[in-house]
Every structure is written in C-alpha cells, then in structure tokens.
Design a protein around this ligand. Structure first.
Ligand SMILES: Nc1nc2c(c(=O)[nH]1)N=C([C@H](O)[C@H](O)COP(=O)(O)OP(=O)(O)OP(=O)(O)O)CN2
Ligand SMILES: [Zn+2]
Length: 123
C-alpha cells in the first residue's frame, strides 16, 4: 500500500460549544490540514493519485470552511467546531471526493496551532 499526504490550510472563526473557558468566546485560527490517502496500485506514471489533484480537490473542500464563522455552518450548528469534529467532517467530505476502487482517504490531521492537532482515521 502507498500512502500519500498533502498539506494545506484554511482560516476561520469559531467558538466551542459546551466548553467553559476562553474558547467558548468567538476567536479564530489558521488551521493546517494534512490529508493522507492510501493507494493499492500505481498508474503508468508511477502515481497513486496526482498530488496536483489531491491538493486542488482538498482546497475545494476547505473552501466550504475558509473565512467562515464555523458555528453557522452545518453540522457545527449542532456539534462543537472542535478540531476533532473538523477532522471527522473533512475526512467524510474528502472521502466522498477521493474514494474509489484504488484510493481511500485514511487520515486527516487538523492542526489548530503549531502545537495542537486532532486526527480522524479510517479505523
Ligand atoms: N481537544 C481539544 N481541545 C481544545 C480544542 C479542540 O479543538 N480540541 N480547542 C480549543 C480552542 O479552540 C482554543 O482556541 C485553543 O486554545 P489554547 O489551547 O488555549 O490555544 P492557544 O493558542 O491560546 O495556546 P496557549 O498554549 O494557551 O497559548 C481548546 N482546546
Ligand atoms: Zn479555537
């Protein structure tokens, strides 16, 4: 199995729901997002999936969140827009985009700072 990872980012505002502390107040982050897909086979060019496609399609999905107030967007009107919930949301959206007979999204890391990251994986 081949594992490919791309790295991109988005900026947004949020406030945590059901949280007691500073983060219940409106604030923002420049989230960094790492997407890993796994490919069983390579094409004739030796690629599992072209990084160009992986990056451009990932950016399109992140466009749903970029420069938005996350708490106004489903499902974050109902669940807290924590990095954990963002990683699962992005994992599911990116799986709709990329999964096929050969390629599957296997991990999404969401970094809300240089020091703190949440991940969602296939298992
Ligand atoms: N497990 C999680 N914990 C926290 C999350 C989260 O998504 N998952 N999110 C937050 C807040 O979003 C908050 O903005 C982060 O605050 P904090 O950790 O205090 O970050 P700072 O950059 O301000 O770091 P300092 O170390 O306090 O300078 C909180 N927890
Ligand atoms: Zn925050």
């Amino acid at each position: 199995m081949y594992h490919l990872t791309v790295y991109t980012h988005f900026a947004a505002a949020h406030n945590l729901i059901n949280y007691q502390g500073d983060c219940e107040n409106l604030h923002g982050h420049n989230w960094k997002v790492e997407v890993t897909v796994s490919a069983r086979e390579l094409d004739k060019a030796g690629l599992g999936i072209d990084f160009k496609i992986l990056k451009s399609e990932t950016k399109e999905v992140l466009g749903l969140l970029d420069h938005k107030y996350l708490n106004e967007l489903p499902p974050f009107t109902e669940i807290s827009p924590s990095s954990e919930n963002l990683s699962r949301f992005l994992f599911e959206k990116l799986s709709e985009t990329f999964n096929n007979d050969n390629v599957r999204v296997t991990k999404v890391n969401v970094w809300e700072s240089d020091y703190a990251c949440a991940s969602y994986t296939a298992d």
